[in-house]
Design a protein around this ligand. Structure first.
Ligand SMILES: [Zn+2]
Length: 144
């Protein structure tokens, strides 16, 4: 997978400006340029992966571990933070905009304006069972 023109690879290399809060051998975490709330962070793997299909699972676990730690830090920070959202968009249909895997970690509080809109409804059990069967079939076909 090419990283040509990838802004997050530029951040990882230090050739793009970023307000970094954490760096290690595997991941970098920095402030989102367009924060949902103050404290909105992005955690990215150092190795370019456009989406979850390309992401090494061990590296994905590192991204999660750092995101989890950052969530704890946000809770303890002086920033307004009564809750946390972890959010990962995989694919254009999921509103992924930068095609280098990134985990959003951002503070939440009453009246912060963040919304997720959906047609919430309780599904009938037979529909849930049929959907579960489709997922189990795909899961069984995945390489180990
Ligand atoms: Zn990249």
């Amino acid at each position: 997978m090419s990283d040509d023109g990838c802004v997050f690879c530029d951040v990882v290399r230090g050739t793009a400006e970023a307000s970094t809060v954490h760096e290690d051998d595997d991941v970098v975490a920095f402030m989102d340029l367009h924060p949902v709330t103050p404290g909105h962070l992005l955690v990215v793997p150092r190795t370019h992966a456009a989406g979850l299909e390309d992401l090494d699972p061990e590296l994905g676990a590192r991204v999660w571990t750092v995101g989890h730690r950052l969530a704890k830090a946000l809770r303890r920070s002086e920033l307004e933070c009564d809750g946390i959202n972890l959010f990962l968009a995989d694919g254009e249909a999921a509103f992924q905009e930068v095609f280098h895997v990134h985990l959003h970690v951002f503070p939440r509080f009453a009246g912060d304006g963040f919304r997720i809109s959906a047609h919430w409804r309780q599904a009938p059990r037979r529909e849930l069972d049929a959907t579960a069967a489709a997922v189990r079939q795909a899961l069984a076909a995945l390489p180990a």
